[in-house]
Design a protein around this ligand. Structure first.
Ligand code: PEP
Ligand code: MN
Length: 250
């Protein structure tokens, strides 16, 4: 099962978290031409006081929205308890950076058919990253590796996108590799240039956080892009893609 072909660049965008039916409707109306939507239903947050996601209520919202809109949902699985319910609405399971090493959870994904977007642990070596992917059966066909920035000594931005990793993984493995410049930088102004750098380095796609009104986002407000900023990235990445003989799918 190949998710998309080697000449395609997949851009998955949407809010950090699903916050309400109205929020999602506004987004889906604005991006009727997009197939892929990211939205966290269960959130793994550093602070227990931060918004933890709408959880089961969010699943109900997605079920209703899927009756009216056509989209593929990319959303994080945080534990095996929520997996069964999530599998009813999620089209691509996301495993977050904190769970890359959760091998029991990775094995549980083998009971389901959906592709898996596996994020690199923020301190994981590339060998550990690829070994984690192999917990998924037929992993080369089913797993998309996601470089989302690693922890480094640099404190000017949230994480450091390892561009080397993109080129290395493309050269040495057969996996699809995408980059998340939102968590990788957490600075809106850096997201466009880093997105272009990722594609130039050979990435097969991008995972980007956007919000109808970034100031009101319940999680990761500081790094959320406006629709205009997102549109600009898609536009420029499309030009770069055509230069590289590829096409963008969103
Ligand atoms: C996310 O993409 O919603 C997320 C929490 O990312 P990460 O696991 O990379 O921090
Ligand atoms: Mn986020």
């Amino acid at each position: 099962m190949n998710m998309y072909n080697n000449n395609q660049i997949l851009i998955i965008s949407g809010p950090c978290s699903l916050e309400s039916t109205e929020q999602m409707q506004e987004h889906l109306e604005r991006y009727k031409n997009h197939q892929y939507l990211r939205a966290g239903l269960y959130k793994l947050r550093t602070s227990a006081e931060s918004f933890q996601g709408l959880r089961e209520d969010g699943i109900k919202i997605i079920k209703e929205l899927k009756k009216k809109y056509k989209f593929k949902l990319v959303s994080e699985v945080v534990s095996s308890q929520s997996l069964e319910l999530l599998s009813e609405v999620v089209d691509i399971f996301q495993i977050g950076t904190r769970n890359m090493y959760n091998y029991e959870l990775l094995k549980k994904l083998n009971h389901y058919q959906q592709p898996v977007l596996l994020k690199r642990g923020f301190s994981a070596t590339l060998n550990e990253f690829v070994e984690a992917a192999k917990y998924i059966n037929n992993s080369v066909e089913r797993v998309i590796l996601c470089e989302r920035g690693i922890r480094s000594f640099e404190q000017s931005y949230r994480n450091t996108i390892d561009i080397n990793a993109v080129a290395y993984l493309k050269h040495n493995t057969k996996y699809k590799v995408i980059v998340d410049p939102s968590h990788g930088t957490a600075i809106p102004e850096l997201i466009e240039p880093v997105s272009l750098a990722a594609i130039a380095a050979g990435a097969d796609g991008l995972l980007i956080e956007s919000h109808n009104n970034p100031n009101l986002a319940k999680s990761d407000a500081d790094q959320a892009l406006t629709h205009q900023q997102l549109d600009s990235i898609i536009h420029k990445v499309s030009s770069l893609a055509s230069f590289m003989g590829k096409e963008v799918i969103c």
